[in-house]
Each structure stands twice: as structure tokens, then as C-alpha cells.
Design a protein around this ligand. Structure first.
Ligand SMILES: [Zn+2]
Length: 265
């Protein structure tokens, strides 16, 4: 069985749980699922993590420092997915066990991101609305879902995007201090694998995102990424800033502007 099959299994698992509790608010949905599976939710101080699931005590622990609703919701559903894999994901675990130990964790993390995004916004919703994915799609979806599902939207778009790109959300490390930016979320399109951007990586001040972020202007940039990787990467960035967060797409090559293309039909 390959990784795509295991992703399918994850989506099926999420949807089988989701249909039981249709038309609830996102917080209610999480609450009902935790009630059904007798999972406690604790909010406490955590250093680095946004949250984790403790299988031995059947508890989801959330970082009380994370108050931004989209991030807290995404974490909550991500941890619910860890729980679902542990409780209902026998086949998924079987597939994961065939990976090396280090891979197992990475793949499970990816699956939980995928599952969380499916809880927050379904594949169908996005696939039915849009044929082309660009920065405007990102903006439109964020408006439509009032930002509650921002990481989920970024994850979905990355998954559907046919070219090499990374969908990112950046925020200020310390909300009170300007100029200290970190990657809050980074989701690679399928073609990007295994090229990843680590979460909470600092965005250097001379980065093309950061430069314009500080100016609060512009929606596109062209240049080399200067993330501290061994090799630099010439890319094309599209982004916008809203409520102190930067939502962006780093394309490996400049996307074709489909609106200017002549129709062959
Ligand atoms: Zn996790």
C-alpha cells in the first residue's frame, strides 16, 4: 500500500466521523467527537508545541499560549486525528508500520494535518468551486470561511496544486515586536516532496516576503529564497497581509496567468 492509499484512508476516517455530527459549529464538532471517544481536553503551558495527544490518558493537551482561533482549531483537529488513528486507524497504523521509524512520525504528522484540514473544510467544497488555484483563490476562500480555517485552506490548496509550490502562513514570533517573523504553517504541494519548510523557522529580514511584509505593501515578489537551506531557490512569491499575518504562495516557477491565455475551444 502506498502513501496515497493511506491518505485516502485518513480522509475516509475523518468523513465517517464528520457525517455523524453534521451541521455543528467547529468547536461543537470537536467537543462532540471528544465526548464520543471519552477524550479530555486540557489547556496548559507548553514550550514549543501547539498541542499533543496523550494516548495513555486519552487527553488532548493544547498550548494556552495559542489563542489565535484558526491555529487553535487546526491544532485541536490535528490532535483529534492522532486520537482517531490510535483508536480507529488499524489499517493506517499497519501501513505506517511498514515505514522506517523516522518516516512513521513524519507521515503520521502529515496525515493529521490532512485530516484536520478535512474536518475544517472538505475537499469537495474546494474542488467544486475552483478550477485554478492562485493567490486570489486563497484570498476568496479566506473571506468565505472567515479565516477560521486558514491553515486548513492552505493545506487543501497545497494538496490540489498541480505545480511545485509551498503555501505558507507567517506571523510575528512575538506579536508585540515588529520584524521578527516565523513560518506558522508551510504546506508543500505534492510535487514538492520531500522539500519542506520547517514550522517556526525564522524568516530572515532580507527575505522577499519579510521585506514587503514590513512595508505592508505589494502582492508579489520575484527572487531567491534565503531560508537557511544548503541551496537557495529562485522562486516567485505571491502573498497578502491581513491582520498581521502573511498568507503566501512560493512558486518554484512563475505561474502562467490563465486569464490572459487564448481559449482553444
Ligand atoms: Zn501531531
Amino acid at each position: 500500500m502506498n502513501d496515497l492509499d493511506v491518505q485516502d484512508q485518513m480522509l475516509k476516517l475523518v468523513n465517517s466521523v464528520k457525517v455523524e455530527f453534521s451541521s455543528l459549529s467547529l468547536e461543537d464538532l470537536a467537543y462532540k467527537i471528544c465526548q464520543k471517544y471519552k477524550v479530555k481536553i486540557n489547556v496548559q503551558k507548553l514550550d514549543e508545541q501547539d498541542g499533543f495527544f496523550d494516548n495513555t490518558t486519552s487527553t488532548i493537551v493544547l498550548n494556552d499560549n495559542v489563542w489565535f482561533r484558526p491555529r487553535r482549531l487546526f491544532t485541536l483537529f490535528h490532535e483529534i486525528c492522532h486520537m482517531l488513528i490510535a483508536v480507529e486507524g488499524e489499517e493506517i497504523i499497519e501501513t505506517l508500520t511498514s515505514h522506517a521509524k523516522s518516516d512513521y512520525e513524519d507521515v503520521e504528522e502529515e496525515l493529521c494535518d490532512l485530516g484536520a484540514s478535512e474536518f475544517l473544510i472538505s475537499n469537495q467544497e474546494i474542488e467544486n468551486i475552483f478550477q485554478n488555484i492562485d493567490i486570489n483563490t486563497f484570498i476568496t476562500l479566506l473571506e468565505k470561511y472567515s479565516h477560521a480555517s486558514a491553515p486548513a485552506i492552505a493545506r487543501k490548496l497545497a494538496n490540489l496544486y498541480p505545480e511545485r509550490a509551498i503555501f505558507m502562513i507567517c506571523c510575528l514570533k512575538n506579536e508585540a515586536r515588529e520584524g521578527d517573523h516565523v513560518v506558522e504553517y508551510a504546506f508543500s504541494s505534492k510535487k514538492m516532496l520531500p522539500y519542506r519548510v520547517r514550522r517556526f523557522l525564522s524568516v530572515p529580514n532580507n527575505h522577499l516576503f519579510c521585506f514587503d511584509y514590513n512595508k505592508y505593501s505589494g502582492t508579489e515578489s520575484n527572487g531567491e529564497t534565503v531560508f537557511p537551506f544548503k541551496k537557495t531557490w529562485t522562486c516567485y512569491g505571491e502573498y497578502f497581509v491581513e491582520n498581521g499575518r502573511l498568507y503566501g504562495i512560493l512558486h518554484q516557477k512563475k505561474p502562467v496567468d490563465k486569464s490572459n491565455q487564448l481559449s482553444l475551444l
